[in-house]
Write a protein that binds this ligand. Sequence first.
Ligand SMILES: Cc1cc2nc3c(=O)[nH]c(=O)nc-3n(C[C@H](O)[C@H](O)[C@H](O)COP(=O)(O)OP(=O)(O)OC[C@H]3O[C@@H](n4cnc5c(N)ncnc54)[C@H](O)[C@@H]3O)c2cc1C
Length: 406
Amino acid sequence: MDTDTRSASLVPGVAAVLASARRPESAADIRARFERASAKVEQASRHAWTNRTFNKVLWDAIVAEGILDLIDAGDQAGTVANFGAALEGIAAGSGDPGFTIVPITHGLLGMGVIAEAAAPEVREQWLRRLSTGGEILAFALSEEHGGTDALRPRTTITRDGEDYRLDGVKWHITSAPVADVALVWAKDAENGELVGVLVETASPGVSVTPLEPAGTRSAPVGRYAFEGVHIPHRNVLGRGRGKELLNAALRRERIMAGFVGTGAMDRMLQHAMRFAATREAGGKVIAYHQHIQRRLCDIKLRLDSVRMLTADAVAKMAAGQRYTLEASQVKMTSMRACMDAVTDTIQICGSYGVQEDAGLYQMWLDAVCVSIAGGTEEAHRLVIMQELVRDFAIRAAAESDHANAA
Ligand SMILES: Cc1cc2nc3c(=O)[nH]c(=O)nc-3n(C[C@H](O)[C@H](O)[C@H](O)COP(=O)(O)OP(=O)(O)OC[C@H]3O[C@@H](n4cnc5c(N)ncnc54)[C@H](O)[C@@H]3O)c2cc1C
């Protein structure tokens, strides 16, 4: 008999107390906690978006709530489920879904790759710095010649004695104007290998030009130029498996779009329901009009479709199954669903829907931007098609084997 069971049998009720103390927080609890924390800074979030400034208030709130503690390199599926639940709460509570790119790039991508691939002393040093949220990390993969062609960067590292020098340009990188460090993806000039490179952005040879996209305004983006930047050899990550490391990180990232879309659409549905239930037109509450009901039902259907696709991808990942197709399905459908949901919400609210303070056009612009960040719809259709062909070939081979055996 273990100690817990023994004490539980001695004192009635202790078993329940011990069990609840041990029970990990559910994804629903995490979502609710982050939604509450984000809702408290909703006005500050609106202000940051309108003024095109980094949403420091929301960042501090979610860091204080423990978002960076949700990253567990030893449990990738658990990290995806918990981190995603937090993002869903942030999108629902703050009304600033575009800002979620900041915790995704800093935490899930940046800290995730460092935890997985850096040497122990580098890992400890960088994760200690990044886990407080006091410094921001940018995840720099895309280049000016085409983000879709991300796995063939023109940015290079070249050997320089024991260490390296970094040269190249990265385009449209979230947090670049405010980031203290960057995880830059580059090609080793010597052997063409893809590697991740940790860069202190205050280093000589690094320059940043801010960019001004129409949406995601509280998550500033910029263009990096690297000219002969000194890189200590220990800051080069992913030797021998850079492509695999990056692909795995990007697959996890794609699922995040589903959580963000779910949170944003849930918020829109509540907004639309509130308006439809209280607004009268021609002496009748508009929620009784079937055309309005159809829009409300469509928002709900999109919300639940994205929620289910997301849950399916997480379940496959947790079961150790291939989830490449599912991750791309989530990424390409979630923001399209969000754009359509926000258009319906605006239409339901009429002129009230297009007012600045309704915050709806802001969500539409964020959804457009997030639909491109992390890969366009075309890019994900390509992945889905490749997976379909792969699956078809496997089935055809199995059928042929079966026929030959018969
Ligand atoms: C708000 C925002 C934040 C971002 N943050 C980051 C970040 O933090 N880090 C980072 O590295 N990147 C970031 N990006 C960049 C993003 O990853 C790229 O914009 C994206 O991958 C698309 O690349 P591109 O814009 O260069 O378009 P391109 O790759 O030039 O594509 C242009 C068009 O051609 C289509 N296309 C390209 N190739 C094909 C093909 N083979 N078949 C069919 N169609 C094709 C595309 O779908 C698109 O319609 C961000 C982008 C946005 C909008």
